[in-house]
Design a protein around this ligand. Structure first.
Ligand SMILES: Cc1ncc(C[n+]2csc(CCOP(=O)(O)OP(=O)(O)O)c2C)c(N)n1
Ligand SMILES: [Mg+2]
Length: 724
């Protein structure tokens, strides 16, 4: 590919091929210039300390105007990154929109003053809110494309429905829509980039990946990030792709390539990958001075390729615009930018009272008591395990709501469907069999295996949920949640707040958690729920018994917020807490604890697998010392039932917080701190915690028993506290 400027003759030819008439060529230049001048204005405002951050799209304009022109605004979907100012302008964002974000105005349409400038987002234009994290958005684009395909195949799923999240999630889709996503060449080092290529390729999804290669990731040159220095050569073997490498400073050639790429995607042939070589004339951001790591010669060579100057020269040489016309056009744009800046600088700031808005859905309150239903009497009165009733809940909900899809590692019955059809195999349905029979009943569109990649699972769920699907995904072991942590913490949980309520991703993530497995060891015994309750925007649920698991999972699925649903492996098939099937509509509101045992002497606040252990300890304390222990099972950890805790502590004046995770910095720390703070007057003794040792969980059962909190530990704590 020619990395140097394309010569005039070639450009004219390309112009004829691409069918861009003079008017469109002028429009290309206008948009490129508008983008550059908006950057210039922001830089001025930053120097004047009227805005607080600036990152430019300079040098990337030609590629992005071409992309925007080849795609359909408000029809296709967009997951861009911070350099995509020219794309956003081409799609219809205004300079004022952009400067409102730069000044942090309440009227900033992307985030209401919550995000830095150049974090695009516009519901009308299908530009989905993005974070500052590099490469997370490409997985959202994959999920979004999956959703578009799903709704095309199952249009009935798009119908509105009262009474659950669907009431607030209007769905639109087009059979031939394309999903655009972009990233810098440095960001292609992120695993999520490769995870996205994997699924887009495998599923032949209509995702247009655009790599904007300006040769640097802040100060790191391309060959450090990309072996061999060229990403195109590395991705070339992914099946089903349209590939193109283009001089991204040439809008005409870029447009031609995008037209082909988009046609490939629209025709259902698979994804496309456009690698554009661009420049970066304004350093990485306002905070960076590239002269520290780029010699003058390199900067000069870059400036020779400046897309704006090249396009201006082209218009002049082709006789499309003369100097005076260019001058006029530029003056008009300058005036447009100046006026937009004036308006933005007058715009009111957001009110501090608005800060908590949109952390969670304002529309659907999963804590309202009206959600509580009674278990139905069904002909099936047999006692069921937690595993059975979670599986039953998923089946009931999938029958009720066609928007629910289930995926994760090993969750399908059998990916090779023909084996199931022939009756050759029974099917797997999850390593703990929690999803058994879902694929068989609902088909492979609705229950399927993911690649072995946790970020892939959660990242796709974000994109799907933005479009209105309800992904109920599984992370096989809590111990392996960590690759998905970035997607959970920085994307799933923040989508609603950071977009000021304009986008949301209410997915459910089911996770098998916890120890007491006799041999579970370090990597199959972890807890760590407090890391998630420390994340705003996500609900955290942790049932201790079959009936609660069923009712709470249903609430999670119908809810309008992302939910982390923690299922204790040890409780899946325990005799403790079995219950008959409560019918297809049994729900339990979030944030409502359950008193598992009444008592007057002492309160234990607990949840999960410690509940049955605390019950055992309480029985022994009663037998041995006549101590009456009250046990509160929190059931949901965020939100949690403070009222239930306070009522019980006021009654007993003594409290233990018992939890399976390590003692220090654990979930109990917050509960204990709040009790000490707000119930100090009601206490007759210090607040106690019983939890695991501050170590990992060992394989040898003799060690495991000592590390994790046992009934005996709790019993000892009860006896001591009662005597205090
Ligand atoms: C996950 C993550 N790691 C680090 C950063 C800090 N960071 C922001 S931009 C950037 C460089 C990106 O380079 P590239 O992908 O080439 O895009 P460019 O800025 O050159 O367009 C880095 C390291 C980040 N935002 N997100
Ligand atoms: Mg770069």
């Amino acid at each position: 590919m020619a990395k140097t400027a394309v010569r005039d003759a070639e450009q004219s030819k390309a112009s004829a091929v691409s069918g861009l008439d003079s008017e469109r060529l002028v429009e290309i230049y206008r948009l490129m210039y508008l983008s550059r001048r908006t950057d210039d204005r922001e830089i001025l405002l930053k120097r004047q300390q009227k805005i607080f951050f600036q990152i430019s799209g300079a040098g990337h304009e030609a590629l992005l105007v071409a992309a925007g022109m080849a795609l359909k605004s408000g029809y296709d979907w967009f997951f861009p990154y911070y350099r995509d100012r020219a794309l956003a302008l081409t799609l219809g964002s205004t300079v004022e929109d952009m400067l409102l974000q730069a000044v942090g105005a309440a009227a900033d349409p992307s985030s209401g003053g919550r995000q830095m400038p150049s974090h695009w987002g516009n519901t009308k234009l299908n530009i989905v809110s993005q974070s500052s994290a590099t490469a997370t958005q490409v997985l959202h684009a994959v999920g979004c494309a999956e959703a578009g395909r799903y709704f095309s195949r199952h249009p009935e799923a798009a119908e509105k429905h009262d009474g659950d999240y669907r009431q607030f999630k209007d769905v639109t889709f087009h059979g031939d829509e394309v999903v655009y996503t972009s990233l810098g060449e440095g960001s292609t080092s992120q695993g999520e980039f490769w995870e996205a290529l994997n699924t887009a390729s495998n599923l032949k999804l209509p995702v247009l990946f655009v790599v904007e290669d300006n040769g640097y990731a802040i100060s790191v040159p391309v060959e450090v990030n990309t072996p061999g220095g060229n990403i195109s050569t590395l991705v070339a073997n992914f099946p089903n792709f349209y590939f193109a490498e283009v001089d991204g400073t040439d809008p005409i050639e870029s447009y031609r390539v995008f037209e082909e790429a988009v046609a490939h995607c629209r025709a259902g042939k698979g994804p496309a990958f456009v690698h554009g070589h661009v420049t970066r004339p304004y350093s990485h951001s306002f905070s960076d001075d590239d002269r520290a790591y780029r010699p003058k010669s390199e900067l000069e060579a870059d400036s020779m390729r400046d897309p704006l100057q090249k396009m201006q020269m082209f218009l002049l040489r082709e006789g499309i615009l003369d100097a005076e016309a260019i001058n006029r056009l530029e003056q008009q744009v300058d005036e447009e930018v100046r006026q937009a800046a004036e308006r933005a600088l007058r715009a009111p700031f957001p009110e501090p009272a608005s800060i908590p808005l949109h952390v969670y859905s304002e529309d659907y309150d999963p804590t309202r008591t009206a959600l509580q239903t009674k278990p139905a009497q069904t002909p099936d009165a047999q006692e069921r395990t937690m595993a059975d009733l979670i599986n039953a809940c998923m089946k009931d909900e999938m029958r009720r709501d066609p928007r629910i899809i289930v995926f994760g590692e090993d969750v399908a019955d059998c990916s090779r469907e023909e084996y199931l059809r022939d009756g050759q195999v029974k099917g797997k349905g999850g390593v703990f069999k929690l999803t058994a029979g879902l694929q068989a009943e609902f088909g492979s569109d609705r229950a399927f295996n993911s690649p072995l990649a946790e970020a892939n699972i959660v990242g796709r769920a974000v994109g799907q949920a933005v479009r209105g699907l309800k992904p109920v995904v599984e992370i096989q072991f809590f111990d392996y949640f960590w690759p998905a942590m970035h997607q959970m913490r920085n994307e799933l949980a923040s989508m609603r707040w950071r977009s000021n309520g304009t986008f949301s991703s209410p997915a459910v993530i089911r996770v098998a958690i916890g120890g007491y497995l006799t041999g579970g060891s370090i990597y199959h015994s972890q807890s760590g729920e407090s890391i998630f309750t420390h994340t705003p925007g996500v609900r955290v649920v942790f049932p201790s018994n079959a009936l609660d698991a069923n009712g709470l999972l249903r609430t999670a699925i119908r809810c309008d917020d992302p939910v982390l649903f923690l299922e204790h492996k040890r409780l899946y098939r325990e005799t403790f807490g079995r219950a008959p099937y409560p019918g297809p509509d049994y729900m339990i509101p979030f944030g409502k604890a359950k008193t598992m045992r009444e008592g007057t002497d002492l309160t234990i606040v607990t949840y999960g697998a410690v509940v049955p252990r605390a019950l055992q300890a309480a029985q022994k304390a009663q037998r041995e010392h006549g101590i009456e222990t009250e046990i509160i099972d929190l059931r949901t950890l965020s939100p949690y039932d403070w009222e239930a805790i306070a009522t019980s502590v006021k009654k007993t004046s003594r409290v233990i917080v018992a939890y399976e995770d390590m003692l220090s910095w654990g979930y109990g720390a917050e509960i204990a701190a709040r009790i000490a703070d707000e119930l100090f007057e009601d206490l007759d003794a210090p607040v106690k915690r019983v939890a695991a040792m501050d170590t990992f969980v060992a394989y040898q059962p003799v060690l495991e028993d000592v590390i994790l909190p046992q009934p005996e530990h709790i019993y000892q704590a009860i006896a001591k506290l009662a005597a205090y």
